[in-house]
Ligand binder design. Sequence first.
Ligand SMILES: *Cc1c(COP(=O)(O)O)cnc(C)c1O
Length: 403
Amino acid sequence: MLDIKKIRADFPILKRKVHGKPLIYFDNGATSQTPTVVIDAIIDYYSNYNANIHRGVHTLSQEATDKYEEARIKIQKHFNAKHAYEIILTAGTTESVNIVASGFSSLLQEGDEVIVSALEHHSNIVPWQMMCEKAGAILRVIPMDEDGSLRIDLYDEMLSNKTKLVFCNHVSNALGTINPIETIIDKAHKFGAYVLIDGAQACPHIKPDVQALDVDFYVVSAHKMCGPTGVGILYGKQELLEKLPPYQGGGEMIDTVTFEKTTYAGLPHKFEAGTPNICGGIAFGVAVDYMNSIGFENIQKTEHELLNYATEKLLTIDGLKIYGTSTKTSVISFNIEGIHPYDIGSILDKLGIAVRTGHHCAQPIMDFYRIPGTVRASLSFYNTKEEIDIMIEAVQKAKMMLS
Ligand SMILES: *Cc1c(COP(=O)(O)O)cnc(C)c1O
């Protein structure tokens, strides 16, 4: 088992107080906390070798370039991509999805079909709607079931030779559902459709192997897995990234430029216009190392135990309902009958407990359950049973005050 004391000491923020109470951070689904090694990497970059990459012959620029490309290789190995240039460093999941959606709007034809799941984050709905509108393609939605799982039987009925693209998150941010992406990918490929998987919510818990999955695109944000905000990746199979048109024009993404014609740089630079988040990319590499040093098996075991413990205790509270009960990560979305989730969240905050309340950028899921939102506690390997006990007491207190 993990040495929880040692792990908690890695995260300086866990020592702070909120409203005079020790911070209990249960909003890991929105962003994870940052270990000292990652913070130190950021300080080291700006203190010692801050320079633009790929451009200069000078020492600092070479050092920054080397570290940035080392980070790309670390990330490549983590996700088991075949080539480092299949890892495009982006501003995060949202930008990665937009690169693919915007590219496909010029590759799709009228009448083509695109399938998304009902469990999507808004960042996974809007770009596809925009893409389909532009291309005259049809957007279809895999419905969800009461337990928060996807209706794969209805997905089967939806697939046809018209299907060109399928988009689904690996893990739902609102409910924590782990989707059967292997099945979703295999079935899509039988009809020649490409698949993009949003791994933003999966990667804090699961180490995916993009080659074994045979997934076409996989996207992630660093800040959900102990890295900094504003950086993430678009993984794509080489032949697909080559097929996609560039997303933005600018420096770094070109080979030669004249006013008559510009030729684009090869991968990954074709999709990396302008000065990237250099420090963020380097720190992302350090975060990946950190998570692997803890080990994903250990992370899963610890989080599974926390999830079961919290679920059992929460269900002892009268009128409390948990949404999403199929196979899931350590996310608990709940409501108490007759009480608005926002009010519970506010009282928990006064007691030092950070949870998320609202629709969690997944309004269609809330519409399905006919609720305005939920209270979401998303747990991480650095959380403890003692923290859960304090939350349970706080929820009981909130219930007493509000009902
Ligand atoms: C957080 C999240 C996103 C958006 O990530 P950004 O870093 O804000 O771009 C997309 N999808 C899922 C499932 C998420 O959890």
